[in-house]
Design a protein around this ligand. Structure first.
Ligand SMILES: O=c1ccn([C@@H]2O[C@@H]3COP(=O)(O)O[C@H]3[C@H]2O)c(=O)[nH]1
Length: 288
């Protein structure tokens, strides 16, 4: 039943693992793989760091609640045990971004992997008994640096800016600088003047941004919205990014939009804007 529902993806399992291992990224470049939804894997820098953002590599949402409308439409390109990365970045606490089953599987299979998660929600990682030494609480504007990589968390508004009592943002995006290649993973957010200002200063080479939007029907079912395809394109162009990569459109049939609308909108309004739409498991090599 589940198998019939799942749509094909470009690459997965052993073949994807080998590709990730064998990819040597030239200076001034990064390799990016889509893992579906907001999940991406990024490789680059002098130490060939591998960073993963928001891996949802299980069926945990539908296993925990068989009546959920959030049933996967694509298979996980890798199992949690196969995800061999230096650092996992988590943008926020929703199960399709902070999947505790994925995180537990990764952490048990790869004892060296570190986990960066919003300070407001690191307590959720204690539920899976992740060693606190492996957790880096992320706070907006507080830079995290390791091995030639600089990560600056930026607060997002998953329709609203929300924060805990200490003022730590619930929803984060990440400005990631790998050896001079600047990547902005927005996380889940709508467009705000503050986000435009900060992203314009960062001047990303590559911006990964959601396009699924939001509407009355979804909001009334408790689904929190994001920027839509028009807002994503306008935002990406306004901040001056070189390459736009739409995300958050392939996982759940009830909470997505057609990426061809994003492409069509760019075609008509910003024909000089570079973009790349990815299939899960696909590799993109970006050179500055
Ligand atoms: O653990 C979960 C999983 C999902 N959700 C809802 O489903 C939506 C899926 O897309 P999104 O990640 O933009 O936003 C999510 C939320 O609205 C949730 O509230 N809690």
């Amino acid at each position: 039943m589940v198998k019939e529902r799942l749509r094909p993806i470009y690459n997965s399992g052993d073949s994807l693992l080998k590709e990730i291992q064998r990819t040597i990224v030239p200076e001034g470049g990064v390799a990016v793989w889509s893992l579906g939804q907001a999940g991406v894997l990024i490789k680059g820098g002098i130490f060939e760091e591998i960073i993963c953002v928001d891996p949802y590599l299980t069926f945990s949402i539908e296993l925990e609640d068989p009546d959920t409308e959030f049933k996967r439409e694509i298979p996980p390109p890798l199992s949690p045990q196969e995800l061999d990365v230096n650092t996992v970045l988590i943008t926020h606490f929703h199960g399709d971004h902070m999947d505790l089953t994925t995180i537990k599987g990764v952490s048990q299979a790869h004892p060296e992997t570190k986990f960066v998660a919003p300070a407001s929600h690191v307590h959720m990682l204690h539920e899976i008994e992740l060693d606190v030494k492996r957790i880096i609480p992320a706070k907006q504007q507080q830079v995290i640096s390791f091995n030639g990589v600089t990560i600056t968390p930026v607060a997002g508004a998953h329709t609203e800016y929300e924060m805990d009592q200490e003022g730590h943002a619930y929803y984060l995006g990440f400005f990631i600088d790998i050896n001079g290649v600047r990547i902005f993973h927005t996380g889940d957010t709508v467009v705000t003047p503050d986000l435009i200002e900060q992203a314009t200063k960062f001047q990303p080479h590559v911006t990964l941004l959601p396009i699924n939007g939001g509407d009355y029907a979804r909001t009334s079912r408790g689904i929190v919205g994001n920027m839509n395809f028009r807002e994503a394109a306008d935002f990406g162009v306004e901040i001056g990014t070189d390459l736009l990569v739409p995300i958050h459109f392939d996982m759940f049939s009830k909470n997505r939009d057609n990426p061809s609308y994003f492409v069509d909108y760019l075609f008509h309004n910003y024909p000089g804007q570079k973009f790349h739409m990815m299939s899960a498991g696909e590799r993109l090599i970006y050179l500055k």
